[in-house]
Design a protein around this ligand. Structure first.
Ligand code: ASP
Length: 441
């Protein structure tokens, strides 16, 4: 019997998880049951993915760079990537701003709803935690992110998933130095990393075997902990504007891959779909990264020389979905609270949301922290931050799921386009978990 394709398996897991989660909300013990007995399986899956993220970046980036043979090529890839990342993020923010200004989701919202949302969420520990995190981030100087990129301890950097940019810095530094000592001298190290890379990609295949079950657990947990449906309904128009913008971004990416990479967009989306479904289920670009890398390299055919750099960097600094959401959310809050935002303030949003997307961590809910910084940049009164966040808090998780899909699709698009432009887009070469089983036996 032909095995069902992975994306269908995952999708079925997701749908069953949602149904199961809803079913459980009818029982008084349902939420606790899901939290105690179902959620851990989702967490284990996310942990497994995070577990292999650093070894994967290390091995594949070193392999990518040491295959280059010529450092100037790396500069070429790097500059193009950064340029396109900034370009797509700017498009995303402007698109969000146009939609929110035209559709005005914040103007129809009644005072009672604002009151209700404020009283429910303004003092909620989730909102308070986000505000505290934002204050911490704001206190750092403008070049702090550059400073943070350079680790003072390689082992410590490799030991902390949050320090992905430091790992990338260290790895590029090492890869370039390997190129500079010449092929012969670098050979043993290169062989080691090639082999490590092979092993880690096999680990991705193995982890993906449990993906359908894991997404069941993840979505059941999201459903049982989501807010009162009545509140969700009040925010439907706002959520609709964000989702519409995100959908248009997917159309934009499809156009980019069709024009610049000469790839059929439907095929592209199909190859990427398991990673997109995982991004949706985990709300974390960082946790999804190993799967994004595997799909882009093996199923789309992007050479490691490009993907090993473009994707991990993208996961940390390129967040088109998040930036679009920040633009929409900031203007929505201003509309709802009748705070005037002239064109100059909206231009400010473009700049801060662009910078914020670089500073946003690739984990669930991080986009909302940076939203505070966007609000501050347009002069929104500080004593109203909590009210502002309270307005959108109830739908933040579902929107986070959607924007994370766009974040990783953006990274995959840029790596495909950059690969094509430097002649590094080849044929897909799919590996299954059991490819060498006969040989091993
Ligand atoms: N969850 C998003 C990501 O990991 C970031 C965010 O928008 O909160 O890409």
């Amino acid at each position: 019997m032909k095995k069902m394709e992975l994306h269908w398996q995952i999708l079925i897991g997701m749908i069953l998880g949602i149904i199961f989660g809803f079913g459980m909300t009818y029982f008084s013990w349902g939420k606790d049951f899901v939290t105690d007995w179902i959620s851990p399986f989702g967490t284990i899956f996310i942990n497994l993915l995070k577990l292999i993220a650093i070894p994967l970046i290390l091995a594949s980036l070193i392999k990518g760079i040491s295959d280059l043979k010529d450092i100037s090529k790396f500069k070429n890839i790097g500059l193009r990537t950064m340029g396109i990342y900034i370009g797509t993020t700017t498009v995303a923010i402007i698109l969000g701003l146009v939609l929110v200004n035209v559709l005005e989701p914040g103007n129809g919202i009644s005072d009672q709803t604002i009151e209700k949302l404020t009283s429910t969420y303004a003092a909620d520990s989730g909102v308070v935690a986000k505000l505290e995190e934002a204050t911490r981030q704001k206190e750092s100087g403008p070049l702090k992110f550059l400073e943070d990129m350079v680790p003072d301890n390689a082992v410590a950097a490799l030991g902390d998933n949050r320090l992905m940019l430091q790992v990338i810095f260290f790895t590029i530094f090492m890869g370039i130095s390997m190129l500079l000592i010449g092929e012969e001298r670098a050979k043993p190290l290169k062989k080691f990393f090639d082999s490590l890379n092979f092993v880690v990609l096999k680990m991705v295949d193995l982890i993906m075997l449990i993906a359908p079950l894991a997404v069941f657990a993840l979505l059941a947990s999201v459903v049982v902990s989501s807010s009162d449906p009545e509140i969700l309904l009040a925010l439907l128009k706002y959520a609709g504007v964000v989702i519409l913008g995100l959908l248009l971004m997917i159309v934009f990416y499809c156009t980019l891959v069709a024009i610049f990479a000469k790839v059929n967009p439907f095929w592209f989306l199909k190859q990427l779909s398991p990673a997109q479904l995982l991004a949706f289920s985990t709300s974390s670009s960082a946790a999804t990264l190993p799967v994004t890398m595997e799909r882009v390299e093996e199923h789309i055919g992007v050479d490691k020389e490009v993907s090993s750099f473009v994707l991990p960097v993208g996961a940390t600094i390129n967040m088109d979905g998040t930036s679009l959401y920040q633009g929409v959310a900031a203007v929505f809050i201003a509309q709802a609270l009748s705070f005037d935002l002239p064109l100059s303030a909206q231009l400010m949003i473009v700049i801060t949301a662009l910078l914020a997307s670089i500073g946003t961590a690739a984990v669930p809910g991080a986009g909302m922290v940076m939203l505070v910084i966007v609000l501050e940049s347009v002069g929104f009164p500080a004593d109203k931050y909590a009210i502002g966040l309270a307005l959108i808090f109830a739908v933040d998780r579902p929107l986070d799921m959607f924007r994370t899909v766009v974040n990783i699709t953006g990274d995959a698009t840029v790596s495909t386009v950059v690969a094509k432009s430097v002649g590094k887009l080849g044929k897909p070469h799919v590996e299954d978990w059991d490819d060498y089983l006969d040989e091993v036996r």
